[in-house]
Design a protein around this ligand. Structure first.
Ligand code: ARG
Length: 489
């Protein structure tokens, strides 16, 4: 048997069904590039620690450069994973005497976890860029719609008037917390298991700080057993992705509803819509529907990861291989969804006239009328709530006369006798004056919104700076390592 892994201990190779069942080669495409970097970092360190000679180091590194250029198609996919297949290709290229030394002082257990962290780190950085883009689109749209009235809903019933800016910024603030969550999760992804070997570390005098630094990680993981056993970083990221997808799904749901003729608040650009194969008049918000659907896929990945990891004893168990495809899938879907949502919102047609018309439909100003009665007549809020609630049964906007009729019944006197004027009633029933009065911190009043959006712009700029620094720290480390590789050839 020529299989470099099995030829010693095992005398038979698995049949095709078992090979396909146990192989991770498909998912391992995601870590191909990462594995080469990890191999390079490990090889450089082995030389720096005098574990392998300069000459063997040079041979290994040049072999790895060749494999990097060749890509995955030259790898023997009948091996059970990328790590062993890549090592086998290396040995084919440079011979067993040099190539067979690369795996000194490590195991596939620390190798695979390092590769996953390396690849996931890049996904998180892409996700952060897409989230910043989405934030910028939402903020710019909100800045345009500070004065655009819209009915706010609770229980999907018209509730109180607000502005489109206020509504959009509600979504944008949720995504801002998502950005913070990604950055926080990143700090627990960006640590290096390499050199933990199977779990008990190694007797070779390796230096785990060197490999961590070459690969741009913040540092080595502190316990070699934890380093190979844990996938909590996958669970955490999948939870962060799920949260993002749930935020997107809620937005998608609104866009779907608002595109219908009952609402007619917005229209998706044709590039995000589909039509019917039978009903020629249809314009369907399919892209938003798919986003709502894909949120289920990502939440499913989180459940899969939790269940795969549950009940696993320390340290490495092959079950962990089953976790990787779920993080690949959920990261990919989340990044694509954020990207697509930014496009949808950037090209959205907003029917301001319909929104404004609907902003007071369903007596959305009732709360303000009750508040006005309290402020102007000294009636308790619960009494005012009773009077306005009674008036609200007809669904029509009440006049001062209507109010007096009900108050005479409820209170035994007319509110106009206690200082309520026609002017105050009319103002309370006017949606824009409702909005303007909600001028407290976090409210929709245009001046308040202006301040909120300016503050948001400042926070986004800071986050963008932080993300740039994260990118640079990885890129600089990898560039420096490639320089060192080239010098060592
Ligand atoms: N393909 C494996 C995985 O994804 C790599 C580690 C294999 N380790 C082992 N002891 N069989 O987890």
């Amino acid at each position: 048997m020529s299989d470099i892994l099995r030829r010693g201990r095992l005398s038979k190779t698995p049949g095709e069904a078992v090979r396909a069942y146990t192989s991770s080669m498909d998912a391992d495409q995601w870590i191909f590039e990462a594995d080469i970097y990890v191999d390079m970092a490990h090889t450089l360190m082995l030389k720096e620690q005098n574990i392998i000679s300069e000459e063997n180091c040079a041979k290994i590194l040049s072999g790895l450069m060749t494999i990097r250029e060749e890509g995955m198609q030259m790898l023997d996919v009948s091996y059970e994973d990328i790590h062993i297949s890549l090592e086998s290709r290396l040995i084919d290229l440079i011979g067993a005497d040099a190539g067979g030394r690369m795996h000194s002082g490590r195991s596939r257990n620390d190798e695979v976890s390092t590769c996953i962290r390396f690849a996931l780190r890049a996904e998180l950085l892409s996700l952060l860029e897409e989230l910043i883009l989405l934030e910028n689109v939402l903020t710019a749209l909100a800045e345009k719609h500070i004065q655009t009235l819209i009915p706010g809903f609770t229980h999907l019933q018209h509730a109180q008037p607000t502005t489109f800016a206020h509504h959009l910024t509600a979504h944008a603030d949720a995504f801002e917390r998502d950005i913070e969550r990604v950055i926080s999760a990143y700090s627990r992804v960006n640590i290096c298991p390499l050199g933990s070997a199977a779990f008990a570390s190694t007797g070779f005098p390796i230096d785990r700080h060197i490999t961590a630094q070459h690969l741009g990680f913040a540092g080595p993981m502190t316990n070699s057993m934890d380093a190979v056993s844990s996938r909590d970083f996958l669970i955490e990221c999948a939870a962060v992705f799920s949260n993002i997808m749930i935020h997107l799904s809620r937005m998608a749901e609104e866009l779907i509803l608002w595109s219908g003729s009952e609402f007619n608040f917005v229209e998706l650009d044709d590039t995000y819509a589909s039509t019917s194969s039978i009903m020629p008049q249809k314009k369907n918000p399919d892209t938003a529907e798919l986003m709502r659907g894909k949120s289920g896929t990502v939440a499913g990945s989180l459940m899969a990861l939790l269940t795969i990891c549950k009940g696993l004893p320390l340290s490495y168990n092959r079950d962990l291989q089953e976790a990787t495809p779920h993080i690949i899938k959920s990261a990919g879907v989340t990044i694509a969804s954020v990207h697509v949502m930014a496009g949808i919102m950037e090209t959205l047609t907003v029917h301001e006239d319909v929104m404004a018309r609907q902003s007071s439909a369903g007596f959305t100003t009732a709360t303000e009328l009750a508040d006005t009665i309290v402020r102007d007549t000294g009636a308790p809020f619960r009494t005012a709530h009773h009077i306005v609630g009674t008036l609200g049964r007809s669904g029509d906007m009440p006049s001062l006369k209507d109010i007096d009729t009900v108050s005479a019944d409820v209170l035994g006197y007319k509110l106009s006798e206690k200082g309520l004027t026609e002017k105050a009633v009319l103002e309370a029933l006017e949606p824009m004056s409702n909005v303007k009065r909600r001028a407290g911190f976090g409210g929709p009043a245009p001046d308040q919104m202006k301040n909120a959006l300016a503050a948001k712009r400042k926070r986004l700029a800071l986050l963008q700076k932080e993300i740039l620094a994260m990118n640079l720290s990885v890129q600089n480390a990898l560039d420096a390592m490639i320089e060192e590789v080239k010098k060592s050839l």
